[in-house]
Write a protein that binds this ligand. Structure first.
Ligand SMILES: Cc1ncc(COP(=O)(O)O)c(C=O)c1O
Length: 452
């Protein structure tokens, strides 16, 4: 089930890496506990069995995507060096790889000139973007939609910047009329446009946000942590397409290679359109930056030590699968979206379910039809459990009833939120497996509804 064949490639690459250090005298590495390693690692394998099978297409729950085998191998290979991308003397090769990989990501958004770097993940990347925003306009407000990731409100608190949430429309996107009212009140430094919300994959109306920027002069930061790579997909709906085509006009973008970029966790990325913001990071370090006059990544990032292995993994993946429209990587994203559209259609045509709006990316939310919203909420949880026993793993989310309004029919609205089922179909294999997932989900629904 788990890929082991690729380990041979790792062995070969390790030989190649080793050859590069052949001039050094042989030495015996000190490895405490060497003789007990195999049995200890076997214990780790046992412990790791206590996980949902994230790698399998029947796992169709949270935003979890297996890394590409080549990313896993490159990450592991780099561990034999364990470079630190804080400064060039800690990770010369991987710093260069990071700059190239980030340039590749920026080019995907249409930026040739930019300043960006990798970091721990979407939270850290967004923190840097909002930190820059706050440095440029101290004390002014950050706005993000009610469906934006909760991290924005929390980060604003950390940065001591005022924050306000803008209500969403019935499709989970920032409500432009409400944004217009907010920005008219003044004092806004940055509007966060979410290009694919975490709960429903909704894409904020970037064109209209940019129009408002013309008048009011705020910064626009795109949180494309989850959705960013979808700009490469050739099968987006018209509105989402329009938004992604305008991404080059924003001031900063966050994208998470550890979400749709096929990377192991610990790989976020922030890119700024204006390289001049680098001066905001300016600091001196008595310990580092001595090996070269060339820019060290630590001079343009808030984190200090960072894994060069993450850069090696991303660089290798992008070399194997370039970030091109129509390419293999893009086709993978198109398949994810096809899977989501397919599942949404099946649910929509089945009277036992209530769906929300059609998916803009690859997330589908739905609930079992029942007499009332609270009854449907209870049954959602039951279906979640029953499906899991049948090896289909979904997620559960609390969403405004308004998202389901058009399909509620006679269901009594006795609660503001509906506890619904949520499925992120982020593995290309999901396209072929939707039929199987649907069969099992259908059986699970039958079991729950039949019982009630
Ligand atoms: C849109 C969005 N922004 C930010 C984040 C936070 O990213 P991370 O979990 O990598 O810190 C997420 C996580 O799902 C996300 O979906």
């Amino acid at each position: 089930m788990l890929d082991k064949a690729s380990l041979r490639i790792l062995g070969e690459a390790l030989e190649r890496l080793d050859a590069g250090f052949g001039v050094l005298p042989e030495f015996e590495a000190s490895v405490p506990g060497a003789r007990r390693m195999a049995e200890t690692l076997a214990a780790t394998a046992e412990r790791l069995q206590d996980n949902y099978p994230y790698f399998h297409p029947l796992y169709a729950g949270q935003m979890l995507k297996p890394p590409h085998p080549v990313a896993r191998l490159a990450y592991a290979l780099a561990q034999w060096i364990n470079p630190n991308n804080h400064a060039l003397d800690g990770g010369r090769a991987t710093s260069a790889m990071e700059k190239e990989a980030v340039a590749g990501i920026a080019e995907m958004f249409g930026w040739r000139e930019q300043l960006g770097h990798l970091c721990g993940g979407g939270t850290m990347a967004n923190l840097e973007a909002l930190w820059v925003a706050g440095q440029l306009a101290p004390g002014k407000k950050i706005l993000a939609s009610e469906q934006a990731h909760y991290t924005h409100g929390r980060i604003s608190g950390v940065l001591q910047l005022p924050f306000a949430a803008v209500p969403c429309d019935a499709r989970g996107r920032m409500d432009i009329a409400k944004l217009r009212e907010r920005v008219a009140q003044g004092d806004v430094c940055t509007v966060v446009a979410t290009m694919g919300t975490t709960a429903t994959g909704s894409v904020d109306p970037l064109a209209e946000i940019l129009e408002l920027r013309e008048k009011h002069g705020f910064r626009v930061h795109a949180d494309a942590a989850y959705g960013g790579y979808f700009g490469l997909a050739g099968n987006l709906g018209e509105e989402a397409r329009r938004g992604f085509d305008l991404l080059h006009q924003v001031d900063s973008i966050v994208i998470d290679p550890h979400k749709h970029g096929l990377q192991p966790y610990g790989c976020g990325c922030v890119v700024f359109r204006d390289p001049g913001i680098g001066k905001l990071y300016k600091h001196d370090s008595p310990y580092t930056y001595f090996s070269s006059r060339e820019m060290h990544l630590g001079e343009i990032s808030l984190e200090c030590s960072r894994p060069g292995a993450a850069a090696a993994a991303l660089w290798t993946t992008q070399k194997l699968l370039p970030l091109e429209k129509g390419g293999e990587f893009a086709r993978g994203l198109e398949d994810c979206r096809k899977a989501a559209v397919d599942l949404h259609q099946r649910l929509n045509q089945d009277a036992r379910f209530v769906t929300a709006f059609p998916p803009e990316l690859d997330i589908v939310v739905f609930a079992p039809r029942a007499g009332s919203v609270s009854e449907s909420s209870e049954r959602s949880r039951e279906i979640f459990e029953v499906a899991a026993r049948r090896n289909v793993h979904l997620a559960v989310a609390e969403l405004p009833v308004g998202f389901f309004e058009a399909n509620l029919g006679a269901m009594k609205k006795d609660r503001a939120n509906l506890t619904c089922l949520r499925s992120v179909l982020m593995k290309p294999e999901h396209k072929e497996w939707v039929g199987r997932i649907w069969e099992i989900l259908s059986e699970a629904a039958e079991e729950v509804v039949g019982k009630g």
